[in-house]
Design a protein around this ligand. Structure first.
Ligand code: ADP
Length: 400
């Protein structure tokens, strides 16, 4: 069975074609500047096939983008399948499933209506995800499609974790609660971690997904019991450009002082804050590390703040779970930032975390970076959201 995985944004679309026989990647790529001047990238992973690098392709809408993907995949010279019939189903990443979705679901009229209902909760992403679904319906009529939600894994949180301390009617009437994001990544790495621990009957795992956007989750026996992001992806630890948790008073104070309207204020908190906002240098951790090593104090402060908040949340989750068997680092910073991992784990020795500096400096998709005698095991596990989406899609498509 071959599954096409789609992650549609408002003007871009990432795709992967995965052969589920042995879970191998056949091709991947990216459509950018949809609705503008359309750029198309295609990378086949089959020997002897040539890639296409950011070439101009007219993509006024997502439908032309999907058609370009299909044309490349079935191209007689450089394609990886003989025809569209070989693609069995399509899996879509969908940001917000609200309260409605606790797991992935087959795309049908009811599912589309429910995703639409969640647009107020995910106003930037859900409409784009729907455009991806719509485009596939047009280009591949009748092909089973599955929606995999970023929020679904976190729906096992207990009420004390997801309830905000504001009047309860906002939860009851307006669905205001903690949802959490990066759920597909947390699900993948937490499950892998439990496997690497030897599938114990009980496990307490803290997952640190640290990328441009960052979130932590606390997982007991494979189920999420808390996570740092909230109603939207602005909450939790500071991120590349997002502020993470702040005091709501700041919003009123700055809007009053500078006359910002709510759009300007939210743009500052989403796009101009985080480690970029503190440093004034960059949202990229490599740039921050380079600047800090040359004595830039604000770049160092941004890194210190990030590491401190992640460390604090690890402590909070150990307290929440009454212990911790393992910590997992994943995503761009978590997988590559050895210094960041070391600094985050500094001072966690009291709870049984002992990093092995030599192991931490090594690079691998999956490895243990704690010492043999560390009570808490620390892993780096490369996340694979696309594979998780493909697995869910396969399971649902096979059951049809
Ligand atoms: P996204 O949240 O957009 O999926 P990624 O998970 O790809 O982001 O993470 C991107 C971030 O990873 C970059 O902004 C960069 O800061 C960080 N990163 C990538 N490589 C390294 C590295 N070698 N050292 C430190 N940070 C890195």
């Amino acid at each position: 069975m071959k599954i096409l995985v789609i992650n549609a944004g408002s003007s871009s679309l990432k795709y992967q074609l995965i052969d589920m026989e042995n879970e191998t990647l056949l091709a991947k790529g990216l459509c950018e500047r949809i609705g503008l001047d359309g750029k198309f990238t295609y990378k086949p992973l089959v020997e002897g096939k040539s890639k296409i690098d950011a070439v101009d392709v007219a993509m006024p809408t997502h439908a032309e983008a999907i058609q370009a993907v299909l044309n490349a995949l079935i191209d007689p010279a450089n394609g990886v399948v003989a025809s569209m019939d070989e693609i069995d189903a399509v899996g879509h990443r969908v940001l917000h499933g609200g309260k409605a979705f606790t797991k992935s679901c087959l795309v049908d009229d009811a599912c589309i209506a429910a995703i639409k209902k969640c647009i107020p909760l995910g106003p930037l992403h859900n409409p784009a995800n729907l455009m991806g679904i719509d485009a596939c319906t047009k280009c591949m009529p009748g092909k089973p499609q599955v929606a995999v939600f970023d929020t679904a894994f976190h729906m096992t949180m207990p009420p004390k974790a997801y309830t905000y301390a504001i009047p309860y009617e906002y939860y009851e009437n307006d669905d205001v609660r903690r949802y959490g994001f990066h759920g597909t990544s947390h699900r993948y790495v937490s499950a892998r971690c439990v496997e690497l621990l030897g599938n114990p009957e009980h496990s307490k795992v803290i997952c640190c997904h640290l990328g441009n956007g960052s979130s932590l989750s606390a997982c007991v026996d494979g189920q999420c019991v808390d996570t740092t992001m909230g109603l939207g992806p602005l909450a939790g630890v500071p991120m590349g450009t997002r502020c993470g948790d702040i005091d709501g008073t700041i919003i009123e104070y700055l809007m009053g002082k500078h006359g910002y309207d709510i759009k300007e204020m939210m743009n500052i908190l989403n796009k101009k804050s985080g480690v970029l906002g503190i440093s004034g240098v960059s949202s990229d951790f490599r740039d921050l590390e380079a600047a800090a090593s040359q004595g830039n104090e604000r770049a160092q402060l941004a890194l210190d703040k990030f590491n401190y908040e992640v460390r604090k949340d690890i402590g909070a989750y150990a307290a929440a779970m009454g212990g911790c068997d393992a910590i997992v680092f994943t995503a761009g910073v978590g997988e590559n930032g050895a210094d960041t991992r070391a600094h985050i784990c500094e001072g966690l020795e009291y709870m049984g975390v002992k990093l092995d500096p030599a192991k931490n400096a090594q690079r691998a998709d999956e490895h243990i970076i704690s010492t043999d005698d560390s009570k808490v095991k620390v892993f780096v596990i490369a996340t694979n959201e696309e594979l998780m989406i493909a697995r869910d899609t396969k399971a649902i498509a096979e059951a049809l």
